[in-house]
Structures are given as structure tokens and as C-alpha cells.
Design a protein around this ligand. Structure first.
Ligand SMILES: [Zn+2]
Length: 404
């Protein structure tokens, strides 16, 4: 297929400028050129490119959802916001065990469709049951599939967990795969240390729930708190220390939540080049204390946003997450908030050289939004939740209302 040029009302260029009447030249699923003038468009047309006029649309890179559990979409609206975390976990585990494989696969597809409709073009999805691995390939959504692994500190489960994850991974390293040791309080140091060389050898992105609740931190560090009677002997080490000792703390690692960082931990994350993923909707759903954003920003930690899941969020709409986050953290420039859901989320998934901006050579993953009155701005994009008109992934327009 030859080149296609998409004429935009406004185009968000890779250098974060807004180009009135800009255009994207797309070839073989990638952005070949950003055309900034009518003369450049005319030249491309003379060279044989098909030109399509998107009218008054504002075109920007698609959103990247850095952390989701799409298989939990079957629990949309099922659980009461504000449920204590322990009760929530028990409820989710029981309900997931009670439904069949087809329900979970359908949930993944429904969740993926919802993300697409709201302008998300890539997701980092945690696959607990195998449903995502089977179902996501049936959707156009670009994804990194994080295989979840845990052993609940039971040595009998450690080897089985390692064997099953090795078997599940494709024979050759593929960019669509990643690993998710569930969390330091459910994944022993032996298992973490066994996973690190697999991740290193195959250059896999790694995503780990970390420091979500004070209870897990208390148990890990001191064997104390409400989890102590449920979990057995504690390693008496901080979760971040365990991850570092296992060799799992690096540039391809993202830590999810980080609601209770101890002194020095944000700095350790920054030194390692790891990403912190914050899920604003989930944070609000559980009624948590204010997220310690200032400490991570001061330390220079890269921050990305995720939706988490329909079992702990009222929406999978990245525009709602951006607006909520910006409202709660008004001192953060909206340009930075936008990056958290695009280029920084791409880095969290190990895809910074592929998605997140529309620079030449990157994937042609983009969204046409309703164009605002007057000149566009990051304030407008982040606060005004512009309507999604159309979505492209790898240069192909996605059917947003497919018949199933
Ligand atoms: Zn999660």
C-alpha cells in the first residue's frame, strides 16, 4: 500500500507544537513525515500519496494506558466503591473463580473496545488467567501482555510458577510480552530472582504492584499489621529492597501505585530509571489518602497513568483520568499530565521508541478529536475531555462500533 496523507485541522507535532492545517504522511503503519505546510502536502500529492481531509479534527497521539486488568471488565459496576482493600481482593478472587473462561475473554474484548472508543491505542494489561493472551489478539488494540506470577511465599509454588511462565512465553522474545510478578508481599524473593534473568534475557517489560497499602508495607518490613495473621513469616525487608536484590529494578520496570513510599524510595526509583504508575480513578474509588505526587516529582521519577480495572474504577476513559488527575494536582503543568498518558506511559511499557508521539518512524497510532474553539492547548486537551471522532492504529482506522 502506498503513502497516505491525513490532513488535520490541528496536529500535535512531536515537538509538542500545534500545527494549524498540519498533516501526517503514513506509510506501512508508521509515520513517515509530519507535513507542516500546504506546500509540503501538495508535494506529497504530486509524489503519488493519497490525501484524506479529516476536516476540523485535532489529531494527537493515541493514549497509552500503562496499567489495566481488562479481564475484570466483567465486574463493571459490581462492587461498591470504598470497599476495604482486603474485602475487595477476596471478592474479586471469588467472583473471578466463579465465572468461565468465555466470560473472562469477553470481558477483555469489551474492555479493549471501551479503551479504543475513548482514544486509547495501547494498553499494558495484566493477564492473571490467560484470558488476555487469548482475547487481546482478536482486537486491534496494541498491547503489552504482562503475565502475572505469584507464589504466596510458598516454596512449593515457586518452581511451578517459574515453569508455567516460561512455558507461556512465546519461543522468541516479542515486544508484546511482559512479566508481572504480582507484588513483593505475594511473590517470594526466590521467585523474583528466578524471573529477573528471564526478563533480562528476553528484554521484557516488568510491571509490579508496589506499596499500594500501608498493611502490605507493615507486613513486609516488620511482620506486623492486619495482614500478619494471613500471610505467615515476613521477609522483614522493604519491598523495593527485595526487587533490587532480585535484579528487577531497572529502566524496563514499572511499579504500580506506590501510595506509601518510605524515605529514600522515590530517589531509588529515579536512580534505577523505573516508572511509577498512578491510577487516579482507582485511588479515588478506594478513598485513599492523597497520592504523594510531590515526592516522586521532586525525586525526578517518571510517572505514567493507568485505569487499573472496572472492578475498582468507574470508567476506562483516559480523558476522565487526565481530568481527575489535573483537578487534584493543579500545580502540575497540563503538558506534563498529557505526557503521563502518552510518552511516559509508552516508556513504562518499554515502547518509548515506538509509540507516544507522532515522530517520523513511530507507529501511526493516533486519534482525531473534536477540535476546540480557538487555538488548542494542553489545558483544553486535559480538562475539556474532547470527543473522539476516529482512531488509527498502525495507520489503519479502527472500527469503533463493530458488530459482534
Ligand atoms: Zn493493578
Amino acid at each position: 500500500m502506498g503513502a497516505e496523507v491525513l490532513l488535520c485541522g490541528w496536529l500535535l507535532a512531536p515537538d509538542e507544537r500545534w500545527i494549524r492545517g498540519g498533516a501526517l504522511q503514513v506509510e506501512r503503519g508508521r509515520v513517515a513525515r509530519v507535513l507542516a505546510s500546504p506546500r509540503a502536502v501538495a508535494r506529497a500529492r504530486r509524489a503519488g500519496a493519497r490525501v484524506r481531509d479529516l476536516g476540523e479534527a485535532l489529531v494527537a497521539p493515541g493514549f497509552v494506558d500503562a496499567h489495566a486488568h481488562l479481564e475484570l471488565t466483567f465486574l463493571t459496576g459490581a462492587l461498591k466503591p470504598g470497599l476495604p482493600f482486603g474485602a475487595w481482593v477476596r471478592e474479586v478472587v471469588a467472583r473471578r473463580a466463579a465465572v468461565g473462561r468465555s466470560v473472562l475473554e469477553r470481558a477483555v474484548e469489551t474492555g479493549a473496545r471501551e479503551l479504543l472508543r475513548h482514544g486509547t491505542t495501547t494498553v499494558g494489561d495484566i493477564d492473571t488467567t490467560g484470558a488476555s493472551a487469548r482475547a487481546l489478539v482478536r482486537t486491534p488494540l496494541r498491547h503489552v501482555l504482562f503475565r502475572e506470577v505469584l507464589d504466596a511465599y510458598d516454596p512449593l509454588r515457586t518452581h511451578a510458577a517459574l515453569r508455567s511462565v516460561s512455558r507461556a512465553l512465546a519461543p522468541r522474545a516479542r515486544r508484546v510480552e511482559g512479566l508481572s510478578p504480582h507484588a513483593p508481599f505475594t511473590t517470594s524473593l526466590a521467585l523474583l530472582a528466578g524471573l529477573a534473568p528471564i526478563a533480562r534475557r528476553r528484554e521484557l517489560a516488568v510491571s509490579i504492584h508496589w506499596s499500594e497499602t500501608e498493611a502490605e508495607v507493615d507486613w513486609l518490613e516488620r511482620g506486623a499489621g492486619p495482614l500478619a495473621p494471613l500471610l505467615g513469616p515476613s521477609p522483614r525487608r522493604a519491598g523495593l529492597e527485595l526487587l533490587r536484590d532480585a535484579g528487577l529494578l531497572g529502566r524496563r520496570t514499572s511499579l504500580v501505585h506506590g501510595n506509601h513510599p518510605r524515605r529514600g524510595e522515590p530517589e531509588a526509583l529515579a536512580r534505577a530509571g523505573a516508572t511509577l504508575i498512578h491510577c487516579p480513578g482507582c485511588h479515588a474509588w478506594f478513598g485513599r489518602e492523597p497520592f504523594p505526587l510531590a515526592r516522586y516529582r521532586k525525586a525526578g521519577v517518571r510517572i505514567a497513568l493507568g485505569t487499573d480495572s472496572s472492578a475498582s474504577n468507574d470508567t476506562l476513559d483516559p480523558r476522565a483520568e487526565l481530568a481527575r488527575f489535573a483537578r487534584l494536582h493543579p500545580s502540575v503543568p497540563t503538558r506534563e499530565v498529557w505526557r503521563m498518558a502518552t510518552i511516559d506511559a509508552a516508556a513504562a511499557l518499554g515502547l518509548a521508541d515506538l509509540i507516544g508521539t507522532l515522530a517520523p518512524g513511530r507507529a501511526a497510532d493516533f486519534v482525531a478529536f473534536d477540535t476546540p474553539r480557538g487555538a488548542p492547548s494542553f489545558d483544553e486537551l486535559v480538562h475539556a475531555r474532547p470527543a473522539v471522532r476516529a482512531v488509527w492504529i498502525a495507520g489503519r482506522e479502527v472500527d469503533l462500533e463493530p458488530r459482534t
